[in-house]
Design a protein around this ligand. Sequence first.
Ligand code: OOG
Ligand code: NI
Length: 481
Amino acid sequence: PCLPPSWDPDHLRTRFVSALSAMYRAEVPLYGSLVDIVRDVDASVLAARGSSSSSLPVRHQLERHGAIRLGTEAEMRTIARLFSLLGMHPVGYYDLKMVGFPLHGTAFRPTTAKALSANPFRVFTTVLRADLIASPSVRKTATSLLAQRELFSPRLRALLAQTETAPSTLTPADADDLIIESLRIFKWHSRATVPLETYLALKREHPMVADIVCFPSAHINHLTPRTLDIDAAQAAMIARGLPAKECIEGPPGGRKCEILLRQTSFKALEERVVFVDESSSSSGSEGEENGARKAKAKTGTHTARFGEIEQRGAAVTRKGRELYDRLLAGGIGKAAEEGRELAEVLGEMFQKEYPDEWDELRVRGLVYFRYRDVEGGRGKVTALGGEVDMETLLEAGAVECEPITYEDFLPLSAAGIFASNLGDGSDGSTERKLQKTEQGRSRAELEALLGCEIPSEIDLYEKLQTESVKECEEALGISGI
Ligand code: OOG
Ligand code: NI
């Protein structure tokens, strides 16, 4: 649909992120402290490099991701419509069943080079798979509670419909409303929709089920700023007394050429929750009695919301990803076998086997690059004469390149982050009981529910690289490089 200028998706996304960030800072003050730490760390990194923070690309400061967990297919479908207006589309499939969570999902994110450079904000979005809940009674409770929940306000629904049927009638004031109404979906409510006993029963089955089912909103469970030096930021978190996660997830530190994604978080807060008074639903009496019942409402706690930081490196090719996955799996096995720290073992293995020079990473086809013709490139191409390949063009200085930033997630890191925030003391190594389902059906199921194919993140990086090569060919008047 052709939306008016005030509805430009990149612009709306930026408005949405800053509103969401302000809301989350107010809700979770510790997240504000984390943002301050990142700002300080990044300022020292830049000072050490001899530059100032004003030299940082705008997108660095904007860059954040968030995560939500939805309850039903209908909720997922509506979220997809909303995110599409904010220029965020499903990329990549994440099956959390393999780490013991009855969830699967995708990352809603911008996909074009232009939208990514405007603002790369993305939301890791999972949806509960009730069919994976082992206990029939818990499954029934969860399903019926979710059937009664309404995450989206009538105004938001009306706006979504309007964008699809009469986009030209939308006004700037409607865009303001869209942001306001969207925030309601992600807001925290300290009032549960169930009695304490129900909450505890769901939590015993799986903490994620309780987190998803027992609240009236799809509270954002974390936001994540990007840092230039995650090791320094982790140290600063510990120094300032934040309850930091023990280790940084992802590739080992100490590399010159950062790849993929490294992440750490502060652990989820224990928050006070007021539960529904069980007796209140059984009779309809009013007045004083009702007030007395309210006073009886039980309180408890819930652990779900945290703050995370990430350091992003280059997007790796399929071959680069296979090498990463192989080293990671090998490292986990080796660390367990030898009773050593995973970080140390991985550090050694990567140093030996994962190249750490951009030229080598490019020549061996491990990392994706964006290529750009250099001014005066045509003259250099003429001087080269005949057929040229990309390496020759780079060497001659007709073309330059930079690694493409990884914009997605790492399922194993996600599992580590999930596990450290379950709030049940679990370290993620405990097997959880899940109902068995057919293998390989899951991705198709999520695609069917979204009504579209979910592109693989690797195909998108490949496309960005290919597009940049095409642009070089056009600019330089050559083909086939
Ligand atoms: C999402 C965890 C995944 C990440 O950064 O890997 C994630 C969740 O806890 O719902 O955000
Ligand atoms: Ni995250």
